[in-house]
Design a protein. Sequence first.
Length: 372
Amino acid sequence: MSWALGLWAIVQGLSVIGVLDYWRHLPADRQEEAPDGVVVLLSVRDDWDGGAELIARLKAQAAPFRLVIATSGACAAAEALAGREGDWVQIVRAGIASDEGQKVHKLRAALRSLRQGDRYLIFIDADIEPPSRLMGRLLFPLVRGKADIVTGYRLLLPEASMAATLVGAVEMQLATLPRAASATMPWGGAMALTRETAERLDLDAALAGRLSDDMTIGLAGWRAKLRLRPVRDLLVASPLEGRGALGFGVRQYRHVLTNSAGMWLIACAVAGAQALGWIWALGWGGWSAVGVGYAAAAGRALIRRRIIASVLERGQARAARRSLWWDVLAPFAVCWTHWGIQLAAAASRRIRWGGYDYWMNDKRVVRMERVE
């Protein structure tokens, strides 16, 4: 029993060290760049409401840019925005896909619309609440020649419901993992690359037939031995509703599984070790094992609280902290939910996303149907 307790203590200690490593490597000097030739690519659904807060936050960015909104051709709010602010907003109407993700279909159309002077490409999602430093921080490594692809990552702001805060706690585990260029996968909600990199990867062809934009770009970057760089202080606020929260988690891992089974297996092994460890601790480990687990969970929560305060605005931080209570009160539930989401992702090759059902085979969309 003593060896099992020792192993459990090592696993828990490493988890605390990992979060501590993330916090210690948050940059104090958050340098930005604001070059010319920046274009921001935003894919929106037909029912997009115009994103008043998002547009206001984009206007607060220090870097000058042109906003390309990619639609299927039936988004009234996007058309109205372009009508009001056509000096910096451009609409691209992609139509409806038949054999690839609708988001990918729209982004490919946006890539084909690039102009001669477009030198830096920034991809964002419509549901983020970006800080004013978003573009400047993404552009800094590109302009300084330190990276080929740069990325932030989401930090969920769950509404006050059990499902949302629990999924937020699961995502918090991923958001605060140590970041290394050799193990970084870009996130399409806040990602940047140079025009030269896009042409080197032939993004239009690379994305053809795919469902996941960011995983496709990331895997292509790995194969081309490009420099992928995470910006640790860009944990970008992204609201999460309680309804559909668990489905959101399963969908994210289904993206991983359909693009890289090896990556999914590694993630399952890591989460499974924690999940099974908690079963042992609660069932046979005794108070010592439970105490070790709770002490480590409390330590992670305290460090994550500091990370949240450092990277988010005050109101955003207050919402993000809702997820920390799970680590304090029931850390085992977070681990079991995380592992359960990963395993559930393997139950089907169908992915429901953005109003469509997609069936995947060998990383490609083989069938799609609109959800009524």
